[in-house]
Ligand binder design. Sequence first.
Ligand SMILES: C[C@@]1(CC(=O)O)C2=NC(=C\c3[nH]c(c(CCC(=O)O)c3CC(=O)O)Cc3[nH]c(c(CC(=O)O)c3CCC(=O)O)/C=C3\N/C(=C\2)[C@@H](CCC(=O)O)[C@]3(C)CC(=O)O)/[C@H]1CCC(=O)O
Ligand SMILES: NC(=O)c1ccc[n+]([C@@H]2O[C@H](COP(=O)([O-])OP(=O)(O)OC[C@H]3O[C@@H](n4cnc5c(N)ncnc54)[C@H](O)[C@@H]3O)[C@@H](O)[C@H]2O)c1
Length: 226
Amino acid sequence: MELAREHKVRPTYYAAALDLKGKLCAVIGGGIVAERKLKGLLEGGADRVRLVSPEVTPGIAALADGGNIILEQRDYQESDLANVWLVFACTHDAMLNAAIALAANRRGIWCNVTDDAASGSFISPSVVRRGDLLLAVTASGASPSLSALIRTELERQYGPQYIERVERLRQLREYVYKTQKNERVRREVLRLAAEGTLMDDGAAGTLGLDEWYAVLLEITIGRQME
Ligand SMILES: C[C@@]1(CC(=O)O)C2=NC(=C\c3[nH]c(c(CCC(=O)O)c3CC(=O)O)Cc3[nH]c(c(CC(=O)O)c3CCC(=O)O)/C=C3\N/C(=C\2)[C@@H](CCC(=O)O)[C@]3(C)CC(=O)O)/[C@H]1CCC(=O)O
Ligand SMILES: NC(=O)c1ccc[n+]([C@@H]2O[C@H](COP(=O)([O-])OP(=O)(O)OC[C@H]3O[C@@H](n4cnc5c(N)ncnc54)[C@H](O)[C@@H]3O)[C@@H](O)[C@H]2O)c1
């Protein structure tokens, strides 16, 4: 196993955000790592998760009461991958994790291998969620601790107020797309709105949508006439 690992080329990762709604996901293993991956799946919108493990943490047992999780308290078997879209291999058995990876890769299933990232097809970033704002950090396996520390910094920098801020930006964007047909003006208005939001500008937080739009439009047109 170790030999195979040393000979693997270190991957360069492509960042993506996955829509898991309606897709069957699987977690193999029921320890602390499995619990973290399971929570990540649920927070990320997964609504169908199969978890297979003879033993599970109390945290997993509590989450399994929620209804979206099919808990199978037994050893993994390859048929557990049937109809699965994405799988986490997180048992403490390296040979078993490698076998899950092999089976998943053969079937074209997205696969995360917690003890040997390169044998899977994706890794988990450290994540901050503020409504629609999703901040994800990864050090590509070089240092999960660094990712977690940067995540804490981001949590401080982008507080819970961003939930509402981003929701207002979405509403403004919908409004602007309906009312402004000039693409250049629209783009500049939306850029200014995002800038004001980041700078905690009063108009971004307090004005009604139509008033906020009017202010942004005035600045945009003023600038274009300069
Ligand atoms: C970010 C986070 C997301 C998550 O899991 O949700 C995550 N690991 C987290 C924490 C963490 N993991 C470990 C420690 C102990 C310190 C240390 O070893 O450094 C800590 C720190 C802690 O616990 O605070 C141990 C560890 N991790 C991996 C191995 C195996 C190996 O390196 O081969 C070992 C050795 C196991 C052993 O000893 O046997 C592998 C991976 N861990 C990854 C992700 C992927 C790379 C992401 C990246 O580099 O950015 C990758 C490659 C695959 C994957 O799991 O997807 C989450 C923080 C969440 C948060 O707090 O925000
Ligand atoms: N990627 C990461 O972030 C990270 C962090 C720490 C550890 N790890 C690695 O993750 C692995 C798991 O760590 P842990 O702390 O959760 O371990 P753990 O010992 O707490 O849990 C292992 C789980 O595997 C289950 N299991 C054992 N045999 C199984 C089988 N045949 N089928 C299904 N499930 C089976 C056990 O029931 C148990 O729930 C270890 O290999 C560790 O090296 C990864």
